[in-house]
Design a protein around this ligand. Structure first.
Ligand code: MD3
Ligand code: FE
Length: 226
């Protein structure tokens, strides 16, 4: 009897630990709220949706204005999508590779992004674009700022799925020192306030296997582009 009570109590506290671990809410910098595990429950559905979206708007490696091919494969959903080519970076209403409008943003995605933004302190977030990034081992994203959105007082909400990655977060100048953070499956980050225009990037993805994505990492970034 005493043993059963002890085992039950230990299991309870162990679960509590896991619960706390999966629900970390940390301010990683002023305006940058990490909601650990916020999207873990939704992840299987999100990944199914990504597969469907990719049948309509295939992942592709975009060209930078400087003529380099990006190592990250990208597609979009929503009324607008982010693209890059020799002419520059911008949002478009149609996918240049098909000529068709970008696939609609699933209602559950919009909802998740709004709930995350609210949890991060932004009550009125209405994303009209979601950039979907796919990393294979070795793929990276160099330090950059996200400046192509019209209203830079609106936050960006990012959702990490699959393999973990190391994220670099700097300041308003490229030369500012960077902090490193691990982004794991299910993690959501709300980037607003002074963090919104900070330089950031992703270090080359390490090899690995994730049960839901295999040897890849998928990142969703919800944006209010217009
Ligand atoms: C910090 N994506 O798509 S998500 C991007 O994991 C991008 O694929 C990375 O940077 C990725 O532009 C990082 C986290 C993120 C997204 C937007 C931010 C961090 C941000 C905007 C401002 C500051
Ligand atoms: Fe970015």
């Amino acid at each position: 009897m005493a043993r059963a009570v002890l085992v039950t109590a230990l299991c309870y506290f162990r679960r509590m630990d896991l619960f706390e671990e999966n629900n970390r809410h940390i301010e990683i910098a002023e305006g940058a709220q990490l909601l650990g595990g916020f999207a873990t429950a939704a992840a299987p559905l999100l990944l199914e949706n990504v597969a469907t979206i990719a049948t309509q708007a295939p992942f592709r490696h975009l060209l930078t204005p400087g003529g380099h091919t990006m190592s990250v494969a990208m597609t979009n959903c929503g009324r607008l999508g982010w693209i890059s080519d020799r002419k520059g970076y911008r949002y478009t209403a149609t996918d240049p590779s098909t000529g068709k409008p970008w696939p609609a943003m699933p209602a559950a995605w919009f909802d998740l992004a709004q709930r995350a933004a609210a949890a991060g302190g932004f009550k009125r977030f209405t994303p009209d674009a979601c950039l979907i990034n796919r990393y294979s081992p070795g793929a990276k994203m160099s330090l950059h700022q996200d400046k192509d959105e019209k209203d830079q007082t609106a936050p960006i909400v990012s959702v990490s799925l699959g393999l973990p990655a190391v994220f670099q977060f700097g300041g308003l100048s490229r030369q500012d020192p960077v902090q490193k953070h691990r982004l794991q499956h299910g993690d959501v980050v709300v980037w607003g306030g002074p963090a919104r225009l900070a330089y950031h990037g992703i270090l080359p993805l390490k090899e690995g296997h994730h049960p839901l994505t295999g040897a890849s990492r998928i990142n969703l970034t919800f944006r209010q582009a217009q």
